[in-house]
Design a protein around this ligand. Structure first.
Ligand code: NAD
Length: 488
Protein backbone atom coordinates (compact mmCIF):
# COMPACT_ATOMS: atom_id res chain seq x y z
CA UNK A 1 0.00 0.00 0.00
CA UNK A 2 2.93 2.33 -0.69
CA UNK A 3 2.16 5.99 -1.45
CA UNK A 4 3.89 9.34 -1.12
CA UNK A 5 0.93 11.34 0.11
CA UNK A 6 1.44 14.32 2.44
CA UNK A 7 -0.86 14.61 5.43
CA UNK A 8 -1.24 18.25 6.48
CA UNK A 9 -2.73 20.08 9.42
CA UNK A 10 -6.14 21.67 8.80
CA UNK A 11 -6.49 25.07 10.46
CA UNK A 12 -9.08 27.78 9.79
CA UNK A 13 -10.37 25.96 6.72
CA UNK A 14 -6.93 25.61 5.10
CA UNK A 15 -4.33 22.87 4.85
CA UNK A 16 -0.90 23.81 6.18
CA UNK A 17 2.43 22.04 6.63
CA UNK A 18 3.06 24.11 9.72
CA UNK A 19 6.19 25.87 10.91
CA UNK A 20 8.01 23.00 12.65
CA UNK A 21 9.27 21.51 9.41
CA UNK A 22 9.03 18.02 10.94
CA UNK A 23 7.29 14.99 9.45
CA UNK A 24 6.92 11.36 10.39
CA UNK A 25 6.32 8.29 8.29
CA UNK A 26 2.85 6.78 8.40
CA UNK A 27 3.26 3.01 8.06
CA UNK A 28 0.61 0.59 6.77
CA UNK A 29 0.35 -2.30 9.26
CA UNK A 30 -0.62 -4.75 6.49
CA UNK A 31 2.82 -4.77 4.88
CA UNK A 32 5.06 -2.23 6.65
CA UNK A 33 5.06 0.14 3.64
CA UNK A 34 5.22 3.92 4.06
CA UNK A 35 1.84 5.31 3.02
CA UNK A 36 2.31 9.00 3.80
CA UNK A 37 4.35 11.67 5.54
CA UNK A 38 2.53 13.46 8.31
CA UNK A 39 3.37 17.11 9.04
CA UNK A 40 3.69 17.67 12.77
CA UNK A 41 2.01 20.68 14.34
CA UNK A 42 3.97 22.75 16.82
CA UNK A 43 2.91 25.36 19.36
CA UNK A 44 2.35 27.93 16.58
CA UNK A 45 -0.19 25.65 14.85
CA UNK A 46 -1.97 24.71 18.08
CA UNK A 47 -2.22 28.42 18.96
CA UNK A 48 -3.49 29.26 15.47
CA UNK A 49 -6.10 26.48 15.63
CA UNK A 50 -7.32 27.68 19.04
CA UNK A 51 -7.57 31.28 17.79
CA UNK A 52 -9.45 30.16 14.67
CA UNK A 53 -11.83 28.06 16.76
CA UNK A 54 -12.61 31.03 19.04
CA UNK A 55 -13.21 33.33 16.07
CA UNK A 56 -15.66 30.83 14.60
CA UNK A 57 -17.35 30.35 17.96
CA UNK A 58 -17.92 34.08 18.35
CA UNK A 59 -18.64 34.51 14.65
CA UNK A 60 -20.67 32.68 12.04
CA UNK A 61 -20.96 29.30 13.76
CA UNK A 62 -21.95 30.78 17.11
CA UNK A 63 -24.59 32.91 15.41
CA UNK A 64 -26.07 30.11 13.30
CA UNK A 65 -29.48 28.79 14.36
CA UNK A 66 -29.61 25.19 15.65
CA UNK A 67 -31.76 24.33 12.62
CA UNK A 68 -29.13 25.63 10.17
CA UNK A 69 -26.37 23.90 12.13
CA UNK A 70 -28.28 20.64 11.93
CA UNK A 71 -28.78 21.07 8.16
CA UNK A 72 -25.04 21.75 7.77
CA UNK A 73 -24.17 18.57 9.69
CA UNK A 74 -26.50 16.57 7.44
CA UNK A 75 -24.48 17.88 4.48
CA UNK A 76 -21.26 16.74 6.24
CA UNK A 77 -22.73 13.25 6.67
CA UNK A 78 -23.79 13.20 3.03
CA UNK A 79 -20.30 14.38 2.04
CA UNK A 80 -18.73 11.39 3.81
CA UNK A 81 -21.17 9.03 2.11
CA UNK A 82 -20.47 10.60 -1.29
CA UNK A 83 -16.76 9.93 -0.81
CA UNK A 84 -17.29 6.55 0.89
CA UNK A 85 -14.60 4.70 -1.10
CA UNK A 86 -11.95 7.34 -0.41
CA UNK A 87 -12.64 7.22 3.32
CA UNK A 88 -12.71 3.43 3.22
CA UNK A 89 -9.36 3.14 1.45
CA UNK A 90 -7.76 5.70 3.76
CA UNK A 91 -9.00 3.92 6.90
CA UNK A 92 -7.85 0.54 5.60
CA UNK A 93 -4.40 1.87 4.67
CA UNK A 94 -3.96 3.43 8.15
CA UNK A 95 -5.33 0.52 10.21
CA UNK A 96 -5.10 -2.58 8.00
CA UNK A 97 -8.63 -3.58 9.00
CA UNK A 98 -10.63 -5.64 6.49
CA UNK A 99 -13.07 -3.89 4.18
CA UNK A 100 -15.74 -6.33 5.42
CA UNK A 101 -15.53 -4.53 8.78
CA UNK A 102 -14.69 -0.94 7.82
CA UNK A 103 -17.38 -0.72 5.14
CA UNK A 104 -20.04 -1.90 7.61
CA UNK A 105 -18.95 -0.12 10.76
CA UNK A 106 -16.25 2.55 10.54
CA UNK A 107 -17.35 4.65 7.56
CA UNK A 108 -21.17 4.39 7.85
CA UNK A 109 -20.94 5.22 11.57
CA UNK A 110 -18.65 8.15 10.70
CA UNK A 111 -21.54 9.63 8.69
CA UNK A 112 -24.30 8.54 11.09
CA UNK A 113 -22.60 10.32 14.00
CA UNK A 114 -23.37 13.68 12.37
CA UNK A 115 -26.99 12.88 11.56
CA UNK A 116 -27.95 11.49 14.97
CA UNK A 117 -26.71 14.55 16.84
CA UNK A 118 -28.22 16.92 14.27
CA UNK A 119 -31.53 15.19 15.04
CA UNK A 120 -30.97 15.49 18.79
CA UNK A 121 -30.33 19.22 18.54
CA UNK A 122 -33.40 19.75 16.38
CA UNK A 123 -35.64 18.16 18.97
CA UNK A 124 -34.42 19.31 22.40
CA UNK A 125 -36.68 21.43 24.53
CA UNK A 126 -35.96 23.50 27.63
CA UNK A 127 -36.60 22.82 31.32
CA UNK A 128 -39.30 25.16 32.62
CA UNK A 129 -40.70 25.91 36.10
CA UNK A 130 -43.48 28.19 37.33
CA UNK A 131 -42.32 29.55 40.65
CA UNK A 132 -44.26 30.97 43.59
CA UNK A 133 -42.18 31.88 46.66
CA UNK A 134 -43.58 31.63 50.23
CA UNK A 135 -43.90 35.44 50.32
CA UNK A 136 -45.98 35.43 47.12
CA UNK A 137 -43.49 36.47 44.44
CA UNK A 138 -44.10 34.87 41.07
CA UNK A 139 -41.55 34.02 38.42
CA UNK A 140 -40.85 31.71 35.55
CA UNK A 141 -37.58 29.78 35.34
CA UNK A 142 -36.20 28.21 32.23
CA UNK A 143 -32.81 26.62 31.56
CA UNK A 144 -31.14 27.18 28.21
CA UNK A 145 -28.24 25.18 26.83
CA UNK A 146 -25.33 27.13 25.42
CA UNK A 147 -22.21 25.71 23.73
CA UNK A 148 -19.34 24.99 26.08
CA UNK A 149 -16.79 26.68 23.80
CA UNK A 150 -13.66 25.38 22.09
CA UNK A 151 -13.35 21.62 22.59
CA UNK A 152 -10.10 19.65 22.32
CA UNK A 153 -10.83 16.21 20.83
CA UNK A 154 -8.07 13.63 21.34
CA UNK A 155 -8.56 10.34 19.53
CA UNK A 156 -7.17 6.79 19.43
CA UNK A 157 -6.30 4.65 16.43
CA UNK A 158 -8.62 1.66 16.71
CA UNK A 159 -11.77 3.12 15.10
CA UNK A 160 -10.36 6.43 13.88
CA UNK A 161 -13.19 8.08 11.93
CA UNK A 162 -15.94 6.49 14.01
CA UNK A 163 -14.60 7.55 17.42
CA UNK A 164 -13.53 10.99 16.24
CA UNK A 165 -16.93 11.85 14.74
CA UNK A 166 -18.65 10.35 17.80
CA UNK A 167 -17.25 13.43 19.58
CA UNK A 168 -17.09 16.00 16.78
CA UNK A 169 -20.74 15.31 15.79
CA UNK A 170 -22.31 16.28 19.13
CA UNK A 171 -19.72 19.01 19.80
CA UNK A 172 -20.61 20.81 16.57
CA UNK A 173 -24.34 20.10 16.87
CA UNK A 174 -24.29 21.88 20.23
CA UNK A 175 -22.61 24.91 18.64
CA UNK A 176 -19.04 24.34 19.85
CA UNK A 177 -15.95 24.48 17.69
CA UNK A 178 -13.28 21.76 17.78
CA UNK A 179 -9.60 21.06 17.46
CA UNK A 180 -9.00 17.39 16.73
CA UNK A 181 -5.72 15.64 17.50
CA UNK A 182 -6.00 12.28 15.72
CA UNK A 183 -3.79 9.39 16.73
CA UNK A 184 -0.32 9.57 15.20
CA UNK A 185 -1.01 6.07 13.81
CA UNK A 186 -4.18 7.05 11.91
CA UNK A 187 -4.09 10.67 10.73
CA UNK A 188 -5.73 10.35 7.33
CA UNK A 189 -9.54 10.28 7.65
CA UNK A 190 -9.60 13.23 10.09
CA UNK A 191 -7.58 15.19 7.52
CA UNK A 192 -9.85 14.17 4.65
CA UNK A 193 -12.85 15.29 6.68
CA UNK A 194 -11.54 18.89 6.42
CA UNK A 195 -12.36 18.85 2.68
CA UNK A 196 -15.84 17.53 3.42
CA UNK A 197 -16.37 20.28 6.02
CA UNK A 198 -15.38 22.97 3.51
CA UNK A 199 -17.60 21.48 0.80
CA UNK A 200 -20.53 21.29 3.23
CA UNK A 201 -20.23 25.00 4.00
CA UNK A 202 -18.97 24.60 7.58
CA UNK A 203 -17.43 28.02 8.36
CA UNK A 204 -13.64 28.21 8.62
CA UNK A 205 -12.26 27.58 12.12
CA UNK A 206 -15.14 25.34 13.25
CA UNK A 207 -13.26 22.09 12.57
CA UNK A 208 -9.47 22.08 12.93
CA UNK A 209 -6.99 19.21 12.88
CA UNK A 210 -3.49 19.29 14.38
CA UNK A 211 -1.15 16.34 13.96
CA UNK A 212 1.34 15.12 16.51
CA UNK A 213 2.01 12.87 19.45
CA UNK A 214 1.23 13.04 23.18
CA UNK A 215 3.83 14.33 25.66
CA UNK A 216 5.80 17.35 24.41
CA UNK A 217 3.75 17.44 21.22
CA UNK A 218 0.37 18.55 19.85
CA UNK A 219 -1.67 16.30 22.20
CA UNK A 220 -0.17 17.73 25.36
CA UNK A 221 -0.09 21.30 23.95
CA UNK A 222 -3.79 21.11 23.27
CA UNK A 223 -4.67 19.83 26.73
CA UNK A 224 -2.43 22.47 28.35
CA UNK A 225 -3.80 25.34 26.28
CA UNK A 226 -5.63 27.76 28.60
CA UNK A 227 -8.10 28.79 25.87
CA UNK A 228 -9.32 25.23 25.23
CA UNK A 229 -12.53 25.13 27.27
CA UNK A 230 -13.01 21.35 27.61
CA UNK A 231 -11.35 18.13 26.53
CA UNK A 232 -12.95 14.96 25.29
CA UNK A 233 -10.60 12.01 25.08
CA UNK A 234 -10.72 8.36 24.06
CA UNK A 235 -7.68 6.25 24.78
CA UNK A 236 -5.70 4.54 27.50
CA UNK A 237 -6.45 5.10 31.17
CA UNK A 238 -2.87 6.25 31.89
CA UNK A 239 -3.16 8.91 29.16
CA UNK A 240 -6.49 10.00 30.66
CA UNK A 241 -4.76 10.54 34.00
CA UNK A 242 -2.11 12.76 32.36
CA UNK A 243 -4.77 14.76 30.50
CA UNK A 244 -6.85 15.19 33.65
CA UNK A 245 -3.88 16.75 35.44
CA UNK A 246 -3.53 19.30 32.63
CA UNK A 247 -7.27 19.96 32.53
CA UNK A 248 -7.25 20.66 36.27
CA UNK A 249 -5.41 23.90 35.53
CA UNK A 250 -8.23 26.33 34.82
CA UNK A 251 -10.81 23.77 36.09
CA UNK A 252 -11.69 22.59 32.59
CA UNK A 253 -14.21 19.83 32.02
CA UNK A 254 -13.26 16.39 30.69
CA UNK A 255 -15.14 13.49 29.13
CA UNK A 256 -13.15 10.26 29.08
CA UNK A 257 -13.66 6.94 27.32
CA UNK A 258 -10.78 4.80 28.57
CA UNK A 259 -9.48 1.27 28.73
CA UNK A 260 -11.20 -1.95 29.72
CA UNK A 261 -10.69 -5.60 30.59
CA UNK A 262 -14.17 -6.65 29.69
CA UNK A 263 -15.73 -9.83 31.09
CA UNK A 264 -18.41 -12.02 29.52
CA UNK A 265 -20.63 -14.34 31.57
CA UNK A 266 -21.92 -17.41 29.75
CA UNK A 267 -24.58 -19.46 31.49
CA UNK A 268 -25.23 -23.12 30.77
CA UNK A 269 -28.74 -22.33 29.53
CA UNK A 270 -27.57 -20.02 26.71
CA UNK A 271 -28.35 -20.58 23.03
CA UNK A 272 -25.00 -22.29 22.49
CA UNK A 273 -24.40 -21.65 18.78
CA UNK A 274 -25.56 -18.04 18.92
CA UNK A 275 -23.35 -17.48 21.95
CA UNK A 276 -20.27 -18.91 20.26
CA UNK A 277 -20.94 -16.71 17.19
CA UNK A 278 -21.42 -13.64 19.37
CA UNK A 279 -18.36 -14.36 21.50
CA UNK A 280 -16.24 -14.92 18.42
CA UNK A 281 -16.99 -11.30 17.47
CA UNK A 282 -16.72 -10.04 21.04
CA UNK A 283 -13.20 -11.45 21.42
CA UNK A 284 -11.69 -11.23 17.94
CA UNK A 285 -13.42 -8.37 16.03
CA UNK A 286 -11.02 -5.68 14.75
CA UNK A 287 -8.20 -8.02 15.81
CA UNK A 288 -9.18 -7.48 19.44
CA UNK A 289 -8.64 -3.72 19.17
CA UNK A 290 -12.05 -2.43 20.22
CA UNK A 291 -12.31 -1.01 23.74
CA UNK A 292 -15.46 -3.16 24.10
CA UNK A 293 -13.78 -6.45 23.16
CA UNK A 294 -13.95 -9.25 25.72
CA UNK A 295 -10.68 -10.53 27.19
CA UNK A 296 -12.11 -12.43 30.21
CA UNK A 297 -14.67 -15.16 29.56
CA UNK A 298 -16.45 -16.92 32.44
CA UNK A 299 -18.39 -20.06 31.43
CA UNK A 300 -20.72 -22.16 33.60
CA UNK A 301 -19.04 -25.50 34.17
CA UNK A 302 -21.48 -27.88 32.39
CA UNK A 303 -20.79 -26.25 29.00
CA UNK A 304 -17.20 -25.13 29.68
CA UNK A 305 -15.35 -27.80 27.67
CA UNK A 306 -17.72 -27.58 24.71
CA UNK A 307 -17.47 -23.78 24.69
CA UNK A 308 -13.67 -23.78 24.75
CA UNK A 309 -13.60 -26.20 21.82
CA UNK A 310 -16.19 -24.22 19.84
CA UNK A 311 -14.42 -20.86 20.33
CA UNK A 312 -11.12 -22.54 19.39
CA UNK A 313 -12.69 -23.64 16.08
CA UNK A 314 -13.82 -20.05 15.45
CA UNK A 315 -10.36 -18.66 16.29
CA UNK A 316 -8.77 -21.06 13.82
CA UNK A 317 -11.22 -20.19 11.04
CA UNK A 318 -10.23 -16.54 10.49
CA UNK A 319 -8.96 -15.55 7.06
CA UNK A 320 -6.09 -13.07 6.94
CA UNK A 321 -4.59 -11.22 3.96
CA UNK A 322 -5.98 -8.88 1.29
CA UNK A 323 -8.25 -6.42 3.16
CA UNK A 324 -10.38 -5.92 0.05
CA UNK A 325 -11.13 -9.64 -0.31
CA UNK A 326 -14.69 -10.06 1.00
CA UNK A 327 -13.70 -13.26 2.78
CA UNK A 328 -10.93 -11.61 4.83
CA UNK A 329 -12.10 -11.19 8.41
CA UNK A 330 -8.91 -10.62 10.39
CA UNK A 331 -6.53 -7.71 9.95
CA UNK A 332 -3.15 -7.04 11.56
CA UNK A 333 -2.50 -5.16 14.78
CA UNK A 334 -2.04 -1.42 14.36
CA UNK A 335 1.79 -1.39 14.47
CA UNK A 336 4.90 -3.44 15.10
CA UNK A 337 5.22 -1.65 18.44
CA UNK A 338 1.75 -2.75 19.51
CA UNK A 339 2.49 -6.26 18.21
CA UNK A 340 5.60 -6.42 20.42
CA UNK A 341 3.40 -5.52 23.41
CA UNK A 342 0.80 -8.16 22.54
CA UNK A 343 3.48 -10.79 21.85
CA UNK A 344 4.87 -10.10 25.32
CA UNK A 345 1.54 -11.33 26.73
CA UNK A 346 1.56 -14.26 24.29
CA UNK A 347 4.98 -15.29 25.60
CA UNK A 348 3.76 -15.14 29.22
CA UNK A 349 0.75 -17.20 28.15
CA UNK A 350 2.98 -19.77 26.44
CA UNK A 351 4.96 -20.11 29.68
CA UNK A 352 2.16 -20.05 32.27
CA UNK A 353 -1.16 -21.04 30.67
CA UNK A 354 -2.69 -23.91 28.84
CA UNK A 355 -2.67 -22.49 25.29
CA UNK A 356 -5.87 -23.67 23.61
CA UNK A 357 -4.91 -22.11 20.29
CA UNK A 358 -2.55 -19.49 18.85
CA UNK A 359 0.19 -17.87 20.89
CA UNK A 360 2.35 -16.69 18.02
CA UNK A 361 2.71 -15.07 14.62
CA UNK A 362 1.05 -16.62 11.55
CA UNK A 363 2.95 -17.33 8.32
CA UNK A 364 1.96 -14.66 5.81
CA UNK A 365 2.70 -14.64 2.09
CA UNK A 366 4.72 -12.03 0.20
CA UNK A 367 4.53 -8.41 1.32
CA UNK A 368 2.12 -9.33 4.13
CA UNK A 369 5.10 -11.06 5.77
CA UNK A 370 6.19 -7.58 6.88
CA UNK A 371 2.83 -6.73 8.45
CA UNK A 372 2.03 -6.80 12.17
CA UNK A 373 -0.07 -9.96 12.25
CA UNK A 374 -0.71 -12.20 15.25
CA UNK A 375 -2.67 -15.41 15.76
CA UNK A 376 -6.01 -15.31 17.56
CA UNK A 377 -5.22 -16.83 20.94
CA UNK A 378 -7.12 -18.51 23.77
CA UNK A 379 -5.75 -19.39 27.21
CA UNK A 380 -7.15 -21.33 30.14
CA UNK A 381 -5.88 -22.29 33.61
CA UNK A 382 -4.46 -18.92 34.66
CA UNK A 383 -5.04 -17.27 38.05
CA UNK A 384 -7.12 -14.10 38.08
CA UNK A 385 -4.13 -11.94 39.07
CA UNK A 386 -2.00 -13.15 36.15
CA UNK A 387 -1.17 -10.16 33.87
CA UNK A 388 -2.94 -11.84 30.92
CA UNK A 389 -6.17 -11.97 32.95
CA UNK A 390 -5.78 -8.68 34.83
CA UNK A 391 -4.36 -6.21 32.27
CA UNK A 392 -5.82 -4.79 29.06
CA UNK A 393 -3.94 -6.42 26.16
CA UNK A 394 -5.88 -4.99 23.19
CA UNK A 395 -5.24 -7.98 20.95
CA UNK A 396 -7.24 -10.95 19.58
CA UNK A 397 -7.05 -13.03 22.73
CA UNK A 398 -8.94 -14.10 25.82
CA UNK A 399 -8.72 -16.23 28.94
CA UNK A 400 -11.60 -18.65 29.65
CA UNK A 401 -12.44 -19.86 33.16
CA UNK A 402 -15.26 -22.08 34.45
CA UNK A 403 -17.63 -21.10 37.30
CA UNK A 404 -20.30 -22.91 39.32
CA UNK A 405 -22.57 -20.24 40.83
CA UNK A 406 -24.07 -17.03 39.43
CA UNK A 407 -22.70 -14.96 42.35
CA UNK A 408 -19.21 -16.35 41.70
CA UNK A 409 -19.40 -15.22 38.04
CA UNK A 410 -20.47 -11.72 39.09
CA UNK A 411 -17.69 -11.52 41.67
CA UNK A 412 -15.09 -12.58 39.08
CA UNK A 413 -16.46 -10.11 36.52
CA UNK A 414 -16.31 -7.26 39.03
CA UNK A 415 -12.79 -8.10 40.16
CA UNK A 416 -11.12 -5.46 37.95
CA UNK A 417 -10.21 -1.78 38.22
CA UNK A 418 -11.98 -1.33 34.87
CA UNK A 419 -15.74 -1.18 34.28
CA UNK A 420 -16.46 -0.57 30.63
CA UNK A 421 -18.65 -3.32 29.16
CA UNK A 422 -19.91 -6.85 29.67
CA UNK A 423 -22.05 -9.36 27.86
CA UNK A 424 -24.32 -11.95 29.48
CA UNK A 425 -25.52 -15.03 27.62
CA UNK A 426 -28.58 -16.92 28.92
CA UNK A 427 -32.16 -17.72 27.90
CA UNK A 428 -33.39 -17.07 31.45
CA UNK A 429 -34.64 -13.48 31.41
CA UNK A 430 -34.62 -13.11 35.22
CA UNK A 431 -31.07 -14.40 35.48
CA UNK A 432 -29.99 -12.01 32.71
CA UNK A 433 -31.52 -8.99 34.44
CA UNK A 434 -30.26 -9.84 37.92
CA UNK A 435 -26.74 -10.31 36.56
CA UNK A 436 -26.95 -7.17 34.39
CA UNK A 437 -27.69 -5.05 37.47
CA UNK A 438 -24.86 -6.63 39.47
CA UNK A 439 -21.92 -6.17 37.14
CA UNK A 440 -20.31 -2.77 37.67
CA UNK A 441 -19.88 -1.54 34.09
CA UNK A 442 -21.26 1.24 31.90
CA UNK A 443 -22.59 -0.97 29.11
CA UNK A 444 -24.17 -4.43 29.37
CA UNK A 445 -25.30 -6.52 26.44
CA UNK A 446 -27.59 -9.52 26.89
CA UNK A 447 -27.30 -12.21 24.20
CA UNK A 448 -25.45 -9.82 21.89
CA UNK A 449 -22.33 -7.67 21.68
CA UNK A 450 -21.73 -4.21 20.21
CA UNK A 451 -25.37 -3.82 19.20
CA UNK A 452 -25.51 -0.03 19.31
CA UNK A 453 -28.30 2.52 19.43
CA UNK A 454 -26.60 5.92 19.32
CA UNK A 455 -29.28 7.50 21.53
CA UNK A 456 -28.25 5.38 24.54
CA UNK A 457 -25.71 6.37 27.24
CA UNK A 458 -22.21 5.15 26.38
CA UNK A 459 -19.24 5.22 28.75
CA UNK A 460 -17.40 3.35 31.46
CA UNK A 461 -17.40 3.13 35.24
CA UNK A 462 -14.36 2.87 37.56
CA UNK A 463 -11.11 3.42 35.59
CA UNK A 464 -12.88 3.01 32.24
CA UNK A 465 -14.08 6.56 31.97
CA UNK A 466 -15.80 9.70 33.14
CA UNK A 467 -19.21 10.72 31.86
CA UNK A 468 -21.64 9.30 29.34
CA UNK A 469 -22.01 10.32 25.72
CA UNK A 470 -24.75 9.39 23.25
CA UNK A 471 -28.08 10.99 22.29
CA UNK A 472 -29.24 13.55 24.87
CA UNK A 473 -26.49 12.42 27.29
CA UNK A 474 -23.90 14.12 25.09
CA UNK A 475 -25.57 17.45 25.88
CA UNK A 476 -24.37 17.14 29.48
CA UNK A 477 -20.77 17.52 28.35
CA UNK A 478 -21.04 19.62 25.20
CA UNK A 479 -23.30 22.34 26.61
CA UNK A 480 -23.46 24.65 29.61
CA UNK A 481 -26.88 25.21 31.15
CA UNK A 482 -27.88 28.72 32.08
CA UNK A 483 -30.97 29.17 34.22
CA UNK A 484 -32.97 32.31 33.50
CA UNK A 485 -35.33 33.48 36.26
CA UNK A 486 -37.90 36.10 35.17
CA UNK A 487 -39.98 37.78 37.86
CA UNK A 488 -43.58 38.23 36.76
P1 NAD B 1 -3.46 6.35 23.78
O1 NAD B 1 -3.95 6.80 25.11
O2 NAD B 1 -2.07 5.85 23.66
O3 NAD B 1 -3.56 7.54 22.71
C1 NAD B 1 -4.78 8.18 22.44
C2 NAD B 1 -4.50 9.59 21.96
O4 NAD B 1 -3.94 10.35 23.03
C3 NAD B 1 -3.52 9.69 20.80
O5 NAD B 1 -3.99 10.67 19.91
C4 NAD B 1 -2.23 10.13 21.49
O6 NAD B 1 -1.36 10.85 20.64
C5 NAD B 1 -2.78 11.03 22.58
N1 NAD B 1 -1.90 11.22 23.74
C6 NAD B 1 -1.02 10.34 24.26
N2 NAD B 1 -0.44 10.88 25.37
C7 NAD B 1 -0.98 12.11 25.54
C8 NAD B 1 -0.80 13.15 26.50
N3 NAD B 1 0.04 13.03 27.51
N4 NAD B 1 -1.52 14.29 26.37
C9 NAD B 1 -2.40 14.43 25.35
N5 NAD B 1 -2.61 13.49 24.41
C10 NAD B 1 -1.92 12.33 24.50
O7 NAD B 1 -4.52 5.27 23.26
P2 NAD B 1 -4.45 4.40 21.93
O8 NAD B 1 -3.33 3.41 22.08
O9 NAD B 1 -4.48 5.29 20.76
O10 NAD B 1 -5.85 3.63 21.96
C11 NAD B 1 -6.05 2.42 22.62
C12 NAD B 1 -6.67 2.63 23.99
O11 NAD B 1 -7.88 3.37 23.84
C13 NAD B 1 -7.05 1.37 24.70
O12 NAD B 1 -6.73 1.48 26.06
C14 NAD B 1 -8.58 1.31 24.55
O13 NAD B 1 -9.25 0.57 25.54
C15 NAD B 1 -8.91 2.75 24.61
N6 NAD B 1 -10.21 3.00 23.98
C16 NAD B 1 -11.29 3.25 24.76
C17 NAD B 1 -12.56 3.45 24.18
C18 NAD B 1 -13.78 3.70 25.03
O14 NAD B 1 -14.81 4.07 24.49
N7 NAD B 1 -13.72 3.51 26.34
C19 NAD B 1 -12.68 3.40 22.80
C20 NAD B 1 -11.55 3.14 22.03
C21 NAD B 1 -10.31 2.95 22.63
Amino acid sequence: MASNQNILNFINGEYTEGTLGKTWENICPLDGEIISRVHEAGKAEVDAAVRAAHRALNGPWGKMSPQDRADTLYRVADGITARFDEFLKAEIADTGKPSSLASHIDIPRGAANFKIFADVIRSIGAEFFETVTPDGQEAINYAVRRPKGVIGVICPWNLPLLLMTWKVGPALACGNTVIVKPSEETPTTATLLGEVMNDAGVPEGVYNVVHGFGPGSAGEMLTQHPSVDAITFTGETATGEAIMKNAAVGVRDVSFELGGKNPAIIYGDCDFDATVDGMSRAVFANCGQVCLNTERVYVERPIYNDFVEALKAKAESFKRGDPFDKATNQGPLISQEHRDKVLGYYERGNNDAKVVTGGGVPDMDGAYGKGSWVEPTIWTDLEEDHPNVAEEIFGPCCHIRPFDKDEEAVELANNSPYGLATSIWTQDIKRANVTARSVNVGITWVNCWFLRDLRTPFGGSKQSGIGREGGQHSLEFYTEMTNVCVKL
